[in-house]
Design a protein around this ligand. Structure first.
Ligand SMILES: O=P(O)(O)OC[C@H]1O[C@H](OP(=O)(O)OP(=O)(O)O)[C@H](O)[C@@H]1O
Ligand SMILES: [Mg+2]
Length: 180
């Protein structure tokens, strides 16, 4: 039913699961002798955080922050709103930010400033998707799953107007769904 709104599937469930395994193995090595705090950025990063963490073999703590800047639009409002803050103090902690996508870069550049202000010891970013063509502020992730083209993508956590997060794959949304 949902598939009728999808122009093209970019990444299958299998490709995403394989990538979660790969990135989990890298993080396991990197944090083997540390006690990092992984922070999933809701709502979009929920499925990726859950799949990725299953493959991290280290003493990792998890917390979530809910931030939003897109609302029902396909371009960032530029205003990053904290809907729910962390439960954990991050002072002196090694932070792993887990994101679904970096597009304009505004969400993460806001969060990095905030986490530095809160005196995190180190901050690394792992993102499933990176859309370099969308960048409005300079920002690079430490670990990137896949690059995506200049198109609005949905699925596997990513929404348009709160829909399509439950698709098991990542696909390009048909333009007629959001431009009328
Ligand atoms: O690099 P940017 O242009 O800031 O875009 C990336 C952010 O936008 C989306 O979140 P959104 O604000 O839509 O909230 P959601 O995760 O609840 O959908 C996505 O999940 C990222 O957090
Ligand atoms: Mg969204």
């Amino acid at each position: 039913m949902l598939e009728k709104d999808i122009q093209e599937i970019l990444l299958t469930d299998e490709q995403i699961q394989e990538k979660a395994k790969e990135l989990g193995a890298v993080l396991s090595q990197e944090y083997a002798d540390k006690f990092p705090l992984a922070i999933g950025i809701l709502k979009g990063a929920m499925p990726f955080m859950s799949d990725l963490m299953k493959h991290v073999d280290a003493y990792v703590e998890m917390d979530y922050m809910d931030v939003s800047s897109y609302g029902n639009a396909t371009v960032s409002s530029g205003e990053v709103k904290i809907v729910k803050d962390l439960n954990t103090s991050i002072e002196g902690r090694d932070i792993i930010i887990v994101e679904d996508i970096i597009d304009s870069g505004k969400t993460l550049s806001y969060l990095i400033d905030l986490f530095k202000y809160r005196k995190a010891k180190s901050i690394k970013i792992v993102t499933l998707l990176d859309k370099p063509s969308g960048r409005k502020v300079p920002l690079e992730a430490d670990y990137v799953g896949f690059l995506v083209p200049d198109a609005f993508v949905v699925g596997y956590g990513l929404d348009y107007a709160e829909r399509y997060r439950n698709l098991p794959y990542v696909g390009v949304l048909k333009k007629e769904v959001y431009s009328f």
